[in-house]
Each structure stands twice: as structure tokens, then as C-alpha cells.
Design a protein around this ligand. Structure first.
Ligand code: FES
Length: 313
């Protein structure tokens, strides 16, 4: 980044005044802003002052703008020194602003600086014929075509030391130049030509307005509906099968646990304990016990028989 300082005193004009036309233009710009906000017009007025004064801003022009807007001169100087669009030093008829930021540096901006120094001289100096001057600036937003330079109001991109040297020579001698990429590519498309959107049908109108485009769109819609329907049906079927499988898996173990034994489930059959009663135990049981068995639930005699061995002991 170059140092932003006012030009030395010996090149500063004593006074500056807008021309009548520019004064009128400045008043129109100021009128765009609400009362009390006239300072908002500081950048357009500085730009117009620079344009009137051979492309650079002297101290007197900065003070004139400050007086017109009711601003402190220091406030206007802050704006003028911040933006590199304002030149604080005299410039040549063709003012070269060479980008030196990283993308351009990686693509050869350093070599272009050497060309500037050889052809023009040190930064912020004007050639003896008044034709050229140069300044290194920060990114100018054309990194995809790096390295590049802005010369007056035009961008020159894809520069090499060779084509840049020729460009400066053409400018100096008034020969026509071609702004934009200095290699064989259009705008910022890839080197060697574009790689996408190459189908001529995209641009010749054959895809719309011609042919049976309504039928094609209708078919596309019908296909989309059919595919969506088939997909929904397949998903519903899969879901139903999964639910059935889950229910089967859940019901299987439960039936095994809760199913009654085949004997107990058979009505009318005698209690399993009755026929299995040991013959000896039945003979040892007194008749009163048989009476008690009649009045007791089916399993009571089993408990009674269990207690009998204790009494025998
Ligand atoms: S870095 Fe040079 S234009 Fe962006």
C-alpha cells in the first residue's frame, strides 16, 4: 500500500474554485440530502474536483469542498486520504493503478512493477512528456483475470511483462488499445474457452417456443407423478410388511408363556392329583378325613396328606 500524502507545496496551486457548471452540479448533489446532512455529498464533490483538476486533488480543492459542505477541512482530508480513488499527487494523462494484492502478486504483479519502474519511473511521478504515471493499489476486484491494472477508467487484465510493456507504449503514442483481457479469452471465462453451457440448443431458442414443448413438459410432469406414486406405494408396502413381521415376532413368545397345559385345559377330566394319589396314603387316611375332603377345595387334601407324615413321626 502506498503512502497517502498531499503533494509537495511546490506543485500545490494557491487556489481552487469549481467552474460554473461544476458548481451547479455540486449544488444538485448536495440537494439530494436532507437538511443538516450535506456532508454526505463529500465523495461526489471530491470526485468532481479531481476530475476538474487534471485527475488529482490539491489541498486547495479539499478546502473548497470543506467550505462548501460546512465541514472541517481535516474531515474532508480524512476521506481524500482513505480512498485510493482520489489521487493526491499529480498524475499523467494515462494514470496506471497497478494491483499488487496477493492474487495478482501470485500471478506476476511483481514483474509488472518492474516494467512500470523501467518505462515510467518511480511511483507517483509523471513522465517528462506528461503521458504516464503509476501507483500500486490494493485489489481492484478483477482477481480472476490477475494480474491486472486500471488505467484511467478501464481495466486491463491477464497482463504479462510483454503485453504490458506494449500497452504502455501504445498509450504513450496514442494508439488504440483494447481494455479487458489481453489474452484470448472472453471476459472472465476460463483460459481456453468456456467448459459449461456449451449446448447451442440452450441459446438458439429450440428448447422453448419451438417444437412440441407443451407435450414434452406434460410428459415430464406425468412421469414425475408416476414415479412419485410408485415410490409411495413401495414405501407403504414395505411399512406394512415390517409391521406384520414385528407383530408376529411379538405374539409368538407370548402364546407359549400363557398357553395352559393341555390337561388342565380339557374340561371334565379329573384333577391330576386324584388319580396319582398313592394307594398306601389313601388307605392310611381315616374316614373323618374323607369327610373333610368332601367339604374342602380340591387341593386341600393334598395339604392334609402332606401333614400326615409329621404326625407319624
Ligand atoms: S488481487 Fe488484483 S484484482 Fe484482486
Amino acid at each position: 500500500m502506498s503512502v497517502r500524502r498531499l503533494a509537495p507545496d511546490h506543485v500545490q496551486p494557491a487556489t481552487f474554485a469549481f467552474t460554473a457548471a461544476n458548481e451547479n452540479w455540486a449544488d444538485q448533489q448536495i440537494a439530494k440530502y436532507p437538511e443538516g446532512r450535506q456532508a454526505s455529498a463529500v465523495i461526489p464533490l471530491l470526485w468532481k474536483a479531481q476530475e476538474q483538476h487534471d485527475g488529482w486533488l490539491p489541498r486547495a480543492a479539499i478546502e473548497t469542498v470543506a467550505n462548501k459542505l460546512g465541514m472541517a477541512p481535516m474531515r474532508v482530508l480524512e476521506v481524500a486520504t482513505f480512498y485510493t480513488m482520489f489521487s493526491l499527487q499529480p498524475v499523467g494523462q494515462h494514470f496506471v493503478q497497478l494491483c499488487g494484492t496477493t492474487p495478482c502478486a501470485l500471478r506476476g504483479a511483481e514483474a509488472l512493477k518492474k516494467v512500470c519502474e523501467e518505462v515510467i519511473g518511480p511511483q507517483s511521478t509523471v513522465t517528462a512528456d506528461g503521458k504516464l504515471s503509476w501507483l500500486e493499489v490494493e485489489c481492484l476486484g478483477a482477481c480472476c483475470n490477475a494480474p491486472m491494472a486500471q488505467i484511467n477508467f478501464d481495466y486491463y487484465e491477464d497482463l504479462t511483462p510483454e503485453n504490458f510493456r506494449k500497452l504502455l507504449d501504445d498509450l504513450r503514442h496514442g494508439r488504440p488499445t483494447k481494455p479487458g483481457p489481453q489474452v484470448d479469452r472472453s471476459c472472465s471465462e476460463p483460459l481456453g474457452g468456456g467448459e459449461t453451457l456449451k449446448d447451442p440448443a440452450l441459446f438458439d431458442g429450440s428448447m422453448i417456443g419451438l417444437g412440441d414443448w407443451q407435450k414434452r413438459i406434460t410428459t415430464q410432469r406425468e412421469d414425475a407423478i408416476r414415479i412419485a406414486s410408485e415410490k409411495a406405494a413401495a414405501e407403504a408396502k414395505a411399512k406394512a410388511e415390517a409391521e406384520t413381521a414385528a407383530a408376529t415376532a411379538k405374539a409368538g413368545p407370548t402364546d407359549v408363556k400363557t398357553a395352559p397345559p393341555p390337561e388342565a385345559a380339557t374340561p371334565g377330566r379329573p384333577e391330576p392329583s386324584e388319580p396319582k394319589q398313592p394307594a398306601g396314603a389313601a388307605q392310611d387316611t381315616p374316614s373323618a378325613t374323607s369327610e373333610a375332603i368332601k367339604d374342602t377345595p380340591a387341593k386341600a387334601p393334598a395339604r392334609k396328606r402332606a401333614a400326615k407324615p409329621k404326625s407319624e413321626e
